[in-house]
Design a protein around this ligand. Structure first.
Ligand SMILES: [Cu+2]
Length: 347
């Protein structure tokens, strides 16, 4: 065999073969927070099953086509002085065959696909599950629970085993709502509300991500979905409805004064029960109880809050807090420390 044939063979069969073998026998289910191979809940599992049906259909087609290809290479190699073999035109059986075969493949793939689409878009009545209004902003997420009277940001809590009915709105550009392990994604469009339902069957923390390029900080537009037991969920709702915890002493009180005054934080943030009623940034009433800050990009601890308040534009380029904080309002390290203590105390 000539070397270029050998290369073609390796490229066409051996490499994909190794990849498929690695996927199947290597148990290609990496334990990553956004792996759709570790789906949870009915929508996530449905989408994963659909992936495997299509994957295996494509694998069968690949093996058959490549098999014919390889057979032809070995069976009919070009030999010196060989005349051109007889040319066929209009071979009826062949033509009917290669028209019907793809139609059958498409039909096989279409049945589960259409059925899955039906189930995903068969959004339950709003009353049947829990309703959550999602509002996407460049570059963070707002979550409103209309029936519970809760507003929060960047961390959405869902009771286990409950269909959650998400209505998606956008404040600015097109975003896409995606919790890879639970399902999605669905576009979040300005002036139009899309609806999707998702359900978590296993309590835990799931990663969410904006999946439609939406500007400079798109990759940093993340969130967390926390699937709680019903008891934990009820506790969470009660805590979210309570007024913000008052600043205790020392640094927190200084921080509160800065928040309401020099820091101008009230221009953009709401802290329920205080004079802070801004709506440009995330609601901070209970920000201390969230696991992350700045739309899921870093753990919520004192050190990170200090980093964020010192230089929001350095942490998350382009974000809309950085237009003021660090530019027209410069805070001293002591002020930042006090603000971070106050913000952390908002549980
Ligand atoms: Cu986005």
């Amino acid at each position: 065999m000539r070397p270029h044939w050998l290369l073609a063979l390796i490229a066409a069969i051996v490499l994909p073969g190794i990849f498929v073998a690695w996927m199947i026998w290597g148990g290609y289910e990496p334990n990553l927070p956004q792996s759709t191979f570790q789906a949870d809940g009915p929508v996530g599992k449905l989408q994963k099953d659909l992936f495997w049906i299509i994957f295996w259909s494509a694998t069968v087609i690949f093996v058959v086509i490549e098999g014919i290809f390889v057979y032809a290479i070995f069976r009919f190699p070009r030999r010196p002085n060989q005349p051109i073999p007889p040319q066929t035109h209009g071979h009826q059986t062949l033509e009917i065959g290669w028209t019907i075969a793809p139609a059958i493949v498409l039909a096989v793939v279409a049945v589960p696909t259409v059925s899955a689409l039906w189930q995903i878009y068969n959004v339950p009545e709003e009353k049947a599950g829990l309703a959550i209004e999602v509002r996407a902003h460049q570059w963070w997420w707002e979550f409103k629970y209309p029936n519970q009277g809760v507003v929060t940001a960047n961390e959405v809590h869902m009771p286990v085993g409950t269909r959650v009915h998400f209505t998606l709105h956008s404040d600015d550009v097109i975003h896409s709502f995606w919790i890879p392990k639970l399902g999605g994604k669905l576009d979040v469009i300005p002036n139009h509300s899309n609806v999707i339902w998702l359900q978590g069957d296993e309590p835990g923390e799931y990663y969410g991500q904006c999946a439609e390029f939406c500007g400079e900080a798109h990759a940093f537009m993340r969130f967390r979905a926390v699937v709680d037991t019903q008891a934990d969920f009820d506790k969470w709702v009660a805590a979210q409805k309570a007024p913000a915890s008052a600043a205790a002493t020392g640094a927190a009180t200084t921080g509160e004064a800065l928040f309401m005054g020099k820091g101008a934080c009230t221009a953009c943030h709401t802290v329920a029960g205080t004079n802070a009623k801004g709506v440009i940034g995330p609601n901070l009433t209970h920000v201390g109880s969230r696991t992350t800050i700045a739309a899921g990009i870093m753990p919520n601890d004192h050190e990170n809050l200090v980093k964020w308040l010192s230089d929001p534009g350095g942490i998350k380029p382009g974000n809309k807090m950085a237009t003021v904080i660090g530019k027209s309002i410069k805070l001293t390290p002591d002020e930042v420390g006090a603000l971070a203590t106050y913000v952390q105390g908002l549980k």
